[in-house]
Ligand binder design. Structure first.
Ligand code: GUN
Length: 283
């Protein structure tokens, strides 16, 4: 049987470390780190994510500042808010929840965030730093994936890693982090041919396609470590719903270790956001 990597427990431990760092800053008279969270419109999933981020900030002592803007906000108004947040010394981190409404160019908005406050790690400067291995703020979900892998892998050197999905938020940055550890990295995507055979060679599989149960048990090399980033709510034949990852969880038994969905990567994302906010505040 595969070991389950307990993302909830690992995230809790990381958040405790973050809370201690915040308490240390406060004790030194430096004040608590401030995180501005910007939500444009009322996408239901984004509302849930933003609510969680804000409540987790409170738990570790980070001061969160929420900015909720209407769905018809003009791009210029959002850019003006970001300029004000960039200039505010009490704001150490800025997070603009994605997706943004259609009238707003997300790339322009991300470009406008001060890279030193870019706790999502999406600014081109931070993307460049990640790809050159020169520090910067690292996107939260990929950072969380690596922390989960670190609990079961000591030496990455020469391991075959297959990433499924080429998104800017997960697939590309996690590929860079695995490359930095000297894995041989293959990034696959929607147009990849022969995906099952590519995955069969992998010592590490990071599935971030958003395709429920795409990865079958017979794709997994015995002893591989599987990180399942996907989380999709699917309706079952009896009309009830459940959350499903990108891997067929019931078939992962010959993996060495696997992350559950939910309770694997998900909790790490917010814990890493809090850690990034402290990193930005201490820089
Ligand atoms: N939407 C989905 N994932 C993310 C994320 O990691 N950060 C932000 N800002 N928006 C998202």
């Amino acid at each position: 049987m595969a070991t389950l990597i307990d993302g909830k427990a690992i995230a809790r431990a990381l958040s405790q470390t973050t809370a201690q760092a915040v308490a240390g800053m406060v004790a030194q008279g430096r004040g608590a780190p401030g995180l501005a969270v910007v939500l444009v419109g009322n996408d239901p999933a984004s509302e849930v994510y933003v609510g969680r981020k804000i409540s987790q900030c409170a738990k570790v002592g980070i001061h969160s500042i929420e900015h909720r803007l209407p769905a018809d906000t003009a791009q210029a108004d959002l850019l003006a808010l970001i300029a004000a947040l960039n200039a505010d010394p009490g704001v150490h981190g800025i997070l603009v929840q994605l997706p943004l409404p259609a009238q707003i160019d997300a790339g322009k908005v991300l470009d406008a965030i001060d890279p030193a406050k870019d706790v999502d790690g999406f600014h081109p400067v931070n993307v460049g730093r990640l790809s050159t291995g020169t520090g910067g703020l690292v996107p939260c979900t990929p950072l969380g994936c690596m922390m989960l892998l670190d609990t079961v892998i000591d030496n990455y050197r020469g391991l075959d890693a297959v990433v499924i999905g080429k998104s800017n938020i997960v697939g590309k940055p996690v590929a860079m982090l695995l490359l930095e550890r000297e894995c041989t990295v293959t990034v696959t995507h929607i147009a990849t041919q022969g995906l099952p055979d590519i995955v069969r060679k992998a010592d590490i599989v990071v599935a971030a396609a958003g395709a429920p149960e795409l990865v079958k048990g017979d794709w997994i090399k015995p002893g591989a470590v599987v990180i399942d980033v996907g989380i999709t709510r699917v309706t079952q034949p009896d009309g009830t719903t459940r959350l499903v990852g990108d891997c067929a969880a019931a078939e992962m038994d010959h993996a060495r270790a696997v992350t559950p969905v939910p309770g694997g990567v998900g909790p790490m994302t917010i814990a890493c956001l809090l850690a990034n906010t402290v990193q930005a505040a201490q820089a």
